[in-house]
Design a protein around this ligand. Structure first.
Ligand SMILES: Nc1ncnc2c1ncn2[C@@H]1O[C@H](COP(=O)(O)OP(=O)(O)O)[C@@H](O)[C@H]1O
Ligand SMILES: [Mg+2]
Length: 244
């Protein structure tokens, strides 16, 4: 069971859109995918038409006492199940503070044979939750909007991980790119030079991605031939190869 997290300290950079679209592409490739919505704002749960509620409560889940056949929900998408978010997910941070490293992975132990891939959609924070994410996943996927400030955000994240000796693999990739903007192109070039582990697929800014909120589905479900759908597919292929 591989675990990936869409993570950034910044909000509005495409974590949720990427989590849902990458899950859709992995599912199309035949992977059994579990999407875990860790953001109390519950946008992933919304896109997958699922009530933002953790049945039985977050505390039970963290203590390993949840019954997964109730907590995990099937979605309208074949091969994608969802562990929804809840406002109560804010409690998660407090509860995880008392737990050891990799506890998020521990929580999923009872279902580890049911899924090939777990994708975490994370809130934009540095917290006990995020530290637990760092120790649980095979890699962090960090969406970066090509602006100069985003470069700083990446450096801050790298420094944070270094300071804590947390050797968490992290793979940045570019989202919301507009190739018509000279600055975007320049920043993309700089990033690719400075961050050798950067994924090479660039996700463009595209109105079909915004339409996900109306369709409540991954892009591939309603615009399979769009440039964005093809880019998410390419990004997934690249990840699949790295995961080996
Ligand atoms: N590639 C994209 N092209 C156009 N709009 C996008 C793209 N990715 C995300 N968005 C939009 O940007 C906003 C923030 O994206 P979201 O995935 O929710 O970010 P985050 O989860 O990092 O806060 C949303 O309104 C979403 O529809
Ligand atoms: Mg989000």
């Amino acid at each position: 069971m591989r675990m990936l997290a869409l993570y950034s300290i910044k909000g509005g950079v495409g974590k949720t859109a990427s989590a849902v679209n990458l899950a859709a592409q992995a599912a199309r490739a035949g992977y059994r995918v579990l999407l875990w919505d860790l953001d109390p704002q519950a946008a992933t749960s919304f896109y997958l038409r699922t009530k933002p509620k953790v049945r039985g409560g977050v505390e039970k889940l963290v203590k390993g006492k949840a019954s997964f056949d109730k907590v995990i929900r099937a979605t309208q998408m074949e091969n994608i199940d969802l562990l929804p978010a809840a406002l109560a997910s804010r409690e998660m941070d407090r509860l995880l503070a008392k737990r050891g490293n990799s506890h998020l992975r521990q929580i999923l132990k009872p279902v580890r044979d049911d899924y090939d891939l777990v994708i975490l959609d994370c809130p934009p924070s540095l917290s006990h939750l995020s530290e637990n994410i760092f120790s649980s996943v095979d890699a962090l996927l960090v969406p970066v909007v090509p602006t100069t400030l985003s470069l700083r955000t990446l450096e801050q994240l790298r420094d944070f991980l270094d300071d804590r000796d947390q050797d968490c693999t992290f793979w940045p990739f570019i989202t919301l790119a507009d190739r018509r903007r000279k600055l975007h192109c320049e920043v993309i070039d700089t990033m690719q030079a400075q961050w050798p582990l950067m994924l090479s697929t660039v996700i463009p800014s595209a109105s079909v991605v915004e339409r996900m909120g109306l369709e409540r589905a991954p892009v591939h479900a309603f615009a399979p031939r769009s440039v964005a759908a093809r880019n998410y597919q390419a990004l997934w292929h690249e990840l699949d190869q790295r995961l080996g």
